[in-house]
Each structure stands twice: as C-alpha cells, then as structure tokens.
Design a protein around this ligand. Structure first.
Ligand code: HEC
Length: 457
C-alpha cells in the first residue's frame, strides 16, 4: 500500500498562497454596507458590542454606531469629518485614544473610506439601520458557480453526514451534495465565497458552517441551511481569507481563524461574535475543540510556528508550544486532553504537553508536510503531503505505534472526513475525485466515487 504514496509537497502551497496582503482599491461613492460595515465588524465589534460596550459605545448596527458613547461626542457629523469623533479616534497620535485599541492602526486606505463616507453625508445605504452589521452586506448574494468545470477542481474541504450517507464537497462558490455510496451528485448548493477552505456540520445536521473568501479581498464565515431555502446567517465578513473553522461538540460555539491572525468565537444561534482571541501573530491555520468534562478547550495552530490551547469561552491560555521550526498547519488534543499533536511544514507530528509547552517526542510517520489531522477517541488520521491519510492508534497521552496509510492509485488526497463512529472515511483528491473507505473492513480498500462536479467538454 505504501508504494502508492507519491512524494508531493505542492498541497502545502495551496494554503501558502491562500492569503494575500494586497488591499482592495475603491472608487465612486463610499458605501456604508459594502465598505464601512465590514471594517466596523472586523476591527471594532469585538470591543463595541451589546454585551461588551467599551466606552459605552456600540457598533453592532448602524443605528447603534450613530449614537455617542460615554464621551457624549457624536461619532460622526454628516459632511464634517473634522468634527467626527470616530475619525479623530482613528487618526490620533495618542496610542491610548487611538482605535482599534491595542492594535495596529487602520490602513490609510481604510481611514480614507471613513473620511470620504462622512464627507459624502454619512449615508446609510442598507435596508434597515437596526440590522446587525453582518446581516447587511451578505444580503447581496455571491455570484453563481461555473455551470461546468473546464479543469478538475481539487477538493480542499468536505464533510460527511453523521449517518455516512451524504458528502458535502467544496467547489468554486458552491457545495456539491453527493450520495456517499453511489457518488451521484444530488444537489448543488450555491451562494458561497469563491474559495471554500473549511466546512463543519452543526449538531442538528440541518445546518452547515462554511468558511473561505477571496485572497486579499474577503474572508467569510456563514451558516447555510441544508433543508430549507432560507437566508444564511453570516457570522463574519472580513478583509482576508478565513482558513480554519471548528464547531464545539455541543454546537454551542463556532471558532474561526485565518489570515488576519485573529480567532473569533461565535454563538451560532444568535450569530453574534462572543470573543476574539489575539494570541497568534500570523495566519491561524487550524482549530479543533477538545471537550474535557465541564470545560472546553480550543487547540490552535498558526503560521507563526506556534500551537496553543485556550479555555472556551473565557479565552484563558492553557498551553502553548513555541518551539516549532516551521509554520504549523494542523493540531489536535490527545485523548487525555493534556497534550496536543501538532505539525505542518516541519514534516513531523510533535506531541507537546500543555503543562510546560515542551515536546514529548514525535510520531513515527514519513517526513512529509502535515496538512490535516483528525481524532476520534484513540484513533488518529493524518493527511500528509504524500497525498495519503495515515492512521494509527494513540495511547491516552498521545504516544502511538505504527501508522497505516490509506492511499489511492495515481491520485493524491487533499481532504478527508470521518463519520462520528469512525466506520466510514471519505476523501477528496487533487484531481477532484471523491473516495470512500469502509474502515470496519479488515483491509479497507478505496471505493472510487468519481468527480462530484459537472465537467465541460
Ligand atoms: C480592544 C478593544 C477595542 C477595540 C478593538 C476598539 N475599541 Fe473603541 N474603545 C475601546 C475602549 C476601552 C474605549 C473607551 C476608552 C476610551 O475612550 O479611549 C473605546 C472608545 C471608543 C470611542 C469613544 C466612545 C465615546 O463616546 O466615549 C469610539 C468612537 C471608538 N472607541 C471607536 C472605535 C472604532 C471605530 C473601532 C474600530 C476601528 C474601535 N473603537 C475598536 C476599546 C476598543
């Protein structure tokens, strides 16, 4: 089986080029909905929301943001940027007063948007000033996906329904709903961002959380309803790609992270941002939840070569591994919840201890980039840069013996998902194909499910 594993490092590059630092240029009249609201929601909402209104000021909706906070100064006066408190707060040289507080100042182009918008009359161009910011912009649907694909679309993300009957695989601006036994495409779901990087099903199995965006222009997390054709809940719109998503086992929390290095915790029911964690200094590449009795831990990996563990929801840091030599791409906690397994460009999976942040050794695996990790009970699956999924059993503290590769002939796997009972694994490949393994079989063999998306001739 191992002979089928091809040496390939290109998969890692897909993530490497996912983000861009270029800002989008604008012209014409500034739109509150399209240009101001995303900045407020991304940079300000964390401290100025209904439940946590620093300085008595709230920005969760246009109506709220137009009212003054504790100072009594008007945030903006139409046509008069110089008298608008919000603008002074963005440009002041005094670091104690400058907003966003304790963070980099806004880019000059963003400050200019505020200035122009106020000068042009501070017009609200949305349907209802009391609507939440994140509900404004998303009312504009995403463009349609291609009707058919000229080239096979590499499958970077997919999920499997808990009964192992349906696969949802990410395409360009769409999800394919595929019968997980026959491989037949049953539905194409649309109104998604250009690139979809991460998918999770909520516990009710009726809703799916989808993260992605467009490099350098948009980051997004939305929750779509799989049964009914209702308006999606958009949790986040930000300036650059969202790369990682995780849902807590009880579906009470959704965590999202990406190119802006922030980790955001949402309540999927209200759609509200509850907490922002700013512990990484570069892209957040992976998130996974670990329930531990009464408490819940979020384990994270970043391009800043660190992996971390936080208590949810208070955000207390409970562990950090700072000694990795290269960017990290995936991490999971061990069954005892005291260690984590983390890896990435360093081409190994390191087991480290939350207590002291020290390495306790590495797993016996081929030296390849670590792209994705998943654990159920004591079974670990690791997708490596060789295009194979390596699976093995862990001890409580995360020590492991031999790993076995799941591989496909003449193709490289690029994503995978496992049913909650660990009996079925489905994977997507670089050539846009889907595969299935029945892991309860003594020697599981890949079943080819074909291409989910229509091909153009
Ligand atoms: C990390 C937390 C944090 C973030 C992020 C943040 N603020 Fe603030 N903001 C505060 C605190 C604390 C105060 C009150 C202390 C003060 O007035 O400086 C405040 C006060 C303000 C006030 C004055 C309110 C009043 O009337 O007294 C405005 C206006 C404001 N912020 C705008 C913004 C904008 C716009 C952003 C985003 C670009 C932002 N803030 C981001 C923490 C934050």
């Amino acid at each position: 089986m191992r002979a089928d594993c091809v040496s390939h490092a290109a998969l890692a590059l897909i993530i490497a080029f996912a983000c861009s630092s270029s800002g989008a240029e604008t012209s014409g009249k500034v739109s509150f909905v399209r240009e101001i609201a995303p900045i407020l929601s991304d940079q300000c909402l964390g401290c100025h929301q209904p439940s946590k209104a620093r300085g008595g000021y709230r920005v969760h909706a246009f109506a709220a943001a137009s009212k003054s906070g504790d100072s009594g100064l008007m945030p903006w006066i139409a046509g008069d940027p110089a008298k608008s408190e919000i603008l002074s707060r963005l440009i002041t040289q005094d670091p104690d007063d400058r907003m966003p507080q304790d963070a980099e100042p806004l880019a000059a182009t963003q400050v200019d948007l505020f200035r122009r918008w106020i000068l042009e009359g501070a017009v609200f161009d949305g349907p209802d000033p009391s609507l939440g910011l994140h509900q404004l912009n998303p009312l504009t649907p995403h463009p349609s996906p291609p009707s058919a694909y000229k080239h096979p679309f590499p499958i970077q993300s997919l999920v499997l329904s808990p009964d192992a009957k349906l696969i949802y695989a990410a395409g360009r601006r769409e999800l394919a709903e595929v019968n997980a036994v026959t491989g037949r495409l049953t539905r194409r779901l649309t109104n998604f961002p250009e690139r979809i990087t991460s998918l999770v099903l909520l516990q009710d199995q009726r809703r799916i959380a989808v993260a992605g965006g467009s490099p350098g222009r948009l980051g997004e997390v939305r929750i779509a309803d799989l049964r009914e054709d209702v308006q999606p809940t958009v949790l986040l719109r930000s300036a650059d790609m969202i790369l990682a998503l995780a849902v807590s086992p009880d579906s009470r929390w959704i965590a999202a992270g990406g190119c802006d290095a922030s980790i955001r915790l949402f309540d999927p029911e209200s759609g509200l941002l509850k907490k922002t964690l700013e512990a990484h200094s570069d892209w957040v590449t992976w998130l996974s939840f670990q329930p531990d009795g009464e408490t819940l831990t979020l384990v994270t990996a970043g391009r800043d070569k660190t992996a971390r563990a936080f208590r949810v929801p208070n955000g207390e840091l409970t562990g950090a591994w700072l000694d990795a030599t290269d960017p990290l791409m995936a991490t999971v906690a061990t069954p005892d919840g005291r260690h984590a397994l983390s890896g990435g460009r360093d081409k190994r999976i390191t087991r480290w201890d939350f207590a002291d942040g020290k390495s306790r050794g590495t797993l016996k695996l081929p030296a390849r980039e670590v792209l994705q990790l998943h654990r159920i009970d004591n079974v670990l699956w690791a997708l490596l840069g060789d295009g194979c999924i390596h699976t093995g059993k862990l001890e409580q503290d995360g020590k492991a013996g031999e790993f076995q590769p799941l591989s496909v002939k003449d193709d490289e796997l690029s994503s995978f998902a496992v049913s909650p009972d660990g009996a079925v694994l489905v994977a997507g490949s670089r050539t846009g194909r889907l595969y299935r393994w029945d892991l309860s079989q003594p020697e599981p063999k890949p079943i080819a499910l074909g291409h989910p998306f229509p091909k153009s001739q």
